[in-house]
Design a protein around this ligand. Structure first.
Ligand SMILES: C[S@@+](CC[C@H](N)C(=O)[O-])C[C@H]1O[C@@H](n2cnc3c(N)ncnc32)[C@H](O)[C@@H]1O
Ligand SMILES: [Zn+2]
Length: 400
């Protein structure tokens, strides 16, 4: 194939493509260090790409017209190629990478899949590329930003290169800042304070969505979060972008803070960027800790999730089971309260064994509360019951 490194062919979805030989950057049986490869490809991210295919198809179906797509950080080209080959109604895809080797491999893969008419491969900085498309009649319907670490460096250019109503997908793998291990880095990059709570993955999605909302607002654009998920080592956000100062104001109105008590697990939201933040826990008097500013709006749209769900079966994706499970959990979360409780956290504190999570959900419902599982944590429950009630329910189950 004329590359300075060894390659092999792999298959994902409907397409086959060449990647740098996986063996050469294997860390253990099932673990790869893809950033060490001459051209990036991470097999673990197949699920992420499967969902991108489904999410884009659902979006295209709602538009009912041909769409233009951009993947500004493409590596070997797999994501852009899959979107072109597997999503009906895709008319044009621009894939790009700053690495010459990557774009050589991506071009080869585009040719092998006979889609040179739809896909253009570019070799430049992602922001330069996106800025060239940030003009009327040049903009994209969908931009998929899937970088190393944080997507924040590309958000400004991406929103400007999107049409009114366009869809932006963001992957973030920098979980240490987002989950509060490096809070200063999170404030620097995302403009909000994280907290190392049991629901830090939800906070991570809300920090990323908040960052997007504030960047979009500077351009007088609002956002709607249609779908999001936290999987393996990353989070992913799908949000549509809507032009107009009013739309921007509505989005900014969905920003706020989450206050958390590490002593009794009480938490509450404070809506608005400049609202008064309570200092003392109303339940136990301990000091409350603050996360934010972050997005307090919806993280999933029910109708959009249903559209995605309807499309899964016919595709026979390798990751189908995991996707179906994820969607069934997310669908229940669309109307559920902000943050979730993790049963094990209470049990550790109470020095009690953890009861089955489903029992906790049932008992809360029997008590007249809303209670659903969450895809963010298999031991998590979203409920409108207070921390005190959840604790009482757990203790009751264990003493019956
Ligand atoms: C995580 S990989 C992309 C993986 C790909 N999206 C996928 O689904 O397989 C990130 C890629 O971004 C490229 N990259 C890094 N900085 C860039 C920049 N400033 N502009 C364009 N590409 C860049 C790297 O060469 C690398 O191939
Ligand atoms: Zn408290």
């Amino acid at each position: 194939m004329g590359f300075s490194f060894q390659t092999e062919v792999v298959k994902e979805g409907k397409v086959s493509f060449a990647v740098s030989k996986l063996e050469t950057y294997k860390k253990s049986q099932k673990e790869y260090a893809p950033s060490g490869a001459p051209v990036f490809y991470n097999p673990i991210m197949e699920l992420n790409r499967d969902i991108a295919v489904l999410a884009l198809q659902a979006y295209q179906r709602s538009l009912k017209r041909g769409i233009r797509v951009c993947e500004p950080l493409t590596g070997c080209g797999v994501r852009g190629i899959r979107l072109a080959a597997e999503v009906d109604g895709v008319e044009k895809v621009v894939v790009n990478d700053i690495s010459r080797e990557a774009t050589k491999l991506a071009s080869f893969n585009v040719e092998q899949n006979n889609i040179t008419k739809i896909i253009s491969v570019m070799n430049e900085d992602a922001n330069l590329l996106l800025n060239r498309y940030a003009a009327p009649r040049k903009r994209f319907d969908y931009i998929d930003v899937d970088p190393f670490g944080s997507p924040v460096l590309y958000i400004d250019s991406a929103v400007r290169a999107l049409r009114d109503g366009g869809l932006l997908a963001l992957t973030a793998t920098d979980m240490a800042p987002l989950c509060g291990v490096y809070p200063k880095a999170c404030v620097r990059k995302y403009g909000g304070k994280p907290l190392r709570t049991e629901y830090c993955h939800e906070l991570a999605v809300r920090l990323l969505a908040g960052c997007l909302a504030t960047i979009a607002a500077r351009h007088e654009m609002g956002i709607k979060v249609l779908f999001s998920h936290s999987t393996n080592h990353y989070i992913r956000l799908y949000a549509s972008v809507h032009y107009g100062a009013k739309q921007a104001d509505i989005s900014i109105g969905k920003m706020g803070h989450i206050l958390h008590c590490f002593a009794c697990f009480h938490r509450e939201t404070a809506e608005g960027l400049f609202s008064y933040l309570r200092q003392e826990c109303p339940e136990c008097g301990s000091q409350l800790k603050t996360a934010g500013p972050l997005w307090l709006g919806e993280l999933f749209d029910e109708a959009y999730c249903s559209l995605i769900e309807k499309d899964v079966e016919r595709r026979h994706l390798k990751q189908e089971k995991r996707i179906v499970k994820l969607l069934s959990l997310v669908k229940n979360e669309t109307k559920a309260p902000v943050t979730y409780f993790v049963v094990d956290k209470f049990c550790d504190k109470l020095n009690l064994p953890a009861p089955p999570i489903i029992k906790v959900v049932e008992e809360l419902r029997n008590g007249g509360f809303q209670a659903v599982l969450t895809h963010f944590n298999s031991k998590g429950v979203r409920t409108d019951a207070s921390a005190r009630i959840v604790k009482e329910v757990i203790t009751r189950i264990l003493t019956i």
